[in-house]
Design a protein around this ligand. Structure first.
Ligand code: FES
Length: 362
């Protein structure tokens, strides 16, 4: 909160202090935290448990939020211990729902996912960005046959899409193959049971990868499972969303299909066992700082370990919020292990590991 103008000695801050919009933003926020001149915000009006470690958060948005298409994701910004942090979550409701929802699965060590699961409460206000993403369906050209393959929290955009199909009176055939670790880990179990009962075009198969349970398919994606569940695989448009190992094995089966996919990479999945030869100097040009990074994790994580927080969102290479100008030095892309050249270029801090002395325009 801005208190007194004369404590600001930077002219820019002093000038900002007198901007009418800043005052209005402050006054509106004091009247109602949901009010804003231009920022999309949402009030939490309900929270439901969706599985052993996932919760659905029901939101009442203000007029600045422009809505979404089924399958898209949205940046969510919260303040944790005085620090603003942003992560991307898929909308899990259908776009026609009066109150949109996000469903957040707790990630091991995940700052925001754990905060949202443990600390967020009804009445809190969170900041939203506008929805984006290509993992969507065209309601005017729906194919006759669809197959959805999801793993873990990759189910959230698919839940939104299937709800939308149900609302639009879909006339084709859709199958969902959903991989969870164990029975209680299944997200939207009740919701899919209801959707399956009310829509004869939908067939859902739950597969448990870690703990088998009577009445459930168990194991991973195999030829037997695909042959049994989708003998007409080649005729289907496939929507695939989940972690990297699932995507890799699914794509083996889907060489002849049109596939629309979204990769859910967890931070632990993009860490490598790479052993660097020693700390590397990284110069942060705008911050006038030089830090030593080990080059064993993403630059984003290593900077955060040192208390430096560049803008970030999805932390998995999708949103480009962490894109930063590199003026010299080389980095390795930790997804595909390709090395950049040492000239100027944009890099994604969440996907880059430092290789040699680096200068960043940050
Ligand atoms: S944080 Fe989204 S691409 Fe890096």
């Amino acid at each position: 909160m801005k208190v007194l103008p004369f404590i600001y000695n930077s002219p820019k801050e002093y000038w900002n202090y007198f901007q009418p919009t800043n005052w209005l933003e402050f006054v509106l926020g004091e009247i109602n935290p949901l009010y804003s001149v231009s920022t999309a915000k949402a009030k939490v009006i309900a929270i439901h448990s969706e599985s052993a470690d996932a919760k659905t958060i029901v939101l009442q948005t203000n007029r600045h939020w422009k809505g979404f298409q089924a399958g898209q994701h949205v940046p969510v910004t919260v303040e944790i211990a005085g620090r603003r942090v942003t992560r991307y979550y898929s909308l899990s409701s259908s776009p026609s729902a009066k109150n949109p929802t996000i469903t957040v699965k707790r990630q091991k060590g995940g700052l925001v996912s754990n905060f949202l699961n443990d600390r967020l409460k009804v009445g809190d206000v969170i900041e939203l960005g506008q929805a984006s993403g290509e993992f969507t369906i065209d309601p005017s050209a729906l194919p006759d046959k669809l197959l959805f393959i999801a793993g873990g929290s990759g189910i959230t955009p698919i839940h939104s899409i299937i709800k939308t199909l149900a609302e639009s009176n879909y006339k084709g055939q859709a199958k969902l193959l959903y991989f969870s670790r164990f029975k209680e880990d299944i997200i939207f179990f009740q919701s899919f049971a209801k959707l399956e009962t009310g829509n004869s075009w939908l067939e859902v198969k739950h597969v448990l990868t870690d703990v088998p349970s009577p009445g459930y398919e168990s194991g991973f994606l195999t030829t037997e499972l695909m042959d049994k569940f989708v003998p007409d695989l080649k005729e289907r448009l496939v929507y695939l969303c989940g972690p990297a190992p699932l995507q890799t094995s699914a794509k083996e089966f889907l060489k002849d299909n049109q596939v629309i996919s979204e990769l859910f990479l967890l931070p632990t999945q993009i860490q490598t066992n790479y052993q660097s030869s020693g700390p590397v100097e990284v110069v942060l040009l705008q911050s006038h700082k030089t830090v030593l990074l080990k080059g064993e994790k993403s630059i984003l994580e290593e900077l955060e370990d040192q208390g430096i927080y560049p803008p970030s969102g999805c932390r998995m290479g999708i949103c480009h919020t962490c894109t930063c100008r590199k003026t010299s030095g080389s980095v390795t892309n930790i997804k595909d292990e390709t090395m950049s050249d040492s000239g100027e270029g944009n890099i994604q801090l969440c996907l880059s590991r430092v290789d040699e002395k680096l200068e960043l325009d940050f």
